[in-house]
Unconditional design. Structure first.
Length: 311
């Protein structure tokens, strides 16, 4: 009789001896996870290990890692905890989802029950202000830094400007996550502090996410202008069509002068319900468009602002 041999239990992976090795193992254990969540996990892990190393002065990194392995966990255990926590937090923070409707009318008018519809619409209106600020900051900072590079003060100014780009990308990510519902980093991009400071400064230039974030901030001005114009124009037109019948019934029609005689234009009564119907349909179509733009912009922000730490 043939028996199937059970797989041998895998031996536990030895603990890393340095913080860099710990972070590398944590990155490997989180392979395939959301890049924003991976960035947060790496930042938290390094912050915790560095603080423990500072408190336990005189002990090596290997001794500190071995001492905190029981409380904080090995890289594989930390990865599992973050995956489980991510699911729990997403369920807790995500607003109630509207029930799925099968009919065409239900899907069309059901957009009002999606909270991210209003978040996307508000983001479209806010994008003009944020886009103008981002564009002004990047253009001013880049031109000022480039112009002063011939002086010694230009180099630290350029470094400060690049770090401010990362800070602005983190702020923009929080806005995108709250209003558009796309998971973005909640921690800054981690840096291994045991690297020489020249190497860490050089990573500001070699990290392509620095430049994609800068491109995103520049792109926000035309996108914000387009978002704002579309939202205001369509909303104003929809509201005007909805209230037009009531305004005509109350006699608040527009008037113009012709050879000194005030003329009040009249419209056929059958056109009033048509205006109301077109206005309502346009309003709901605008909400659908806002939701689509919110999803598109969330995807764009994810691509340009979040660095995939798992390579």
């Amino acid at each position: 009789m043939n028996t199937i041999a059970s797989p041998l239990p895998q031996e536990p992976r030895p603990l890393p001896t340095t913080i860099s090795e710990y972070l590398e193992q944590l990155r490997a254990a989180l392979r395939g996870a959301d890049p924003a969540m991976v960035q947060d996990a790496l930042y938290d892990a390094e912050e915790y290990l560095r603080s423990e190393l500072a408190e336990q002065s005189g002990r090596s990194e290997a001794e500190v890692i071995a001492a905190v392995a029981g409380s904080y966990g090995a890289p594989e255990e930390v990865a599992d905890i973050y995956r489980e926590t991510e699911v729990t937090v997403n369920r807790a923070l995500r607003p109630p989802q509207p029930p799925k409707r099968r009919s065409l009318a239900g899907r069309f008018f059901g957009v009002v029950a999606d909270p991210y519809t209003y978040g996307s619409l508000f983001y479209m209106l806010l994008a003009l202000a944020t886009g103008t600020f981002y564009f002004s900051w990047v253009v001013t900072g880049a031109s000022l830094s480039a112009g002063l590079l011939i002086l010694i003060v230009g180099i630290p100014l350029l470094l400060l400007f690049l770090m401010s780009v990362r800070l602005l990308s983190l702020v923009e990510g929080r806005i995108v996550e709250v209003l558009l519902g796309v998971r973005m980093p909640r921690r800054p991009l981690y840096t291994q502090r045991d690297k020489p400071w020249l190497t860490r400064l050089g990573e500001l230039f070699t990290d392509w996410r620095t430049w994609t974030a800068m491109g995103y901030l520049l792109l926000m001005l035309p996108l914000g202008t387009a978002y704002f114009s579309v939202a205001v124009t369509l909303l104003a037109l929809a509201v005007a069509l909805i209230v037009a019948p009531a305004a005509l019934m109350l006699g608040h029609a527009g008037a113009f002068s012709l050879d000194g005689v005030n003329v009040i234009p009249s419209s056929p009564y059958w056109l009033w319900p048509v205006c109301l119907l077109v206005g309502v349909l346009l309003l709901f179509a605008t909400l659908h468009l806002a939701r689509f733009i919110g999803r598109f912009h969330g995807w764009l922000a994810k691509e340009l602002l979040v660095r995939d730490p798992v390579v």
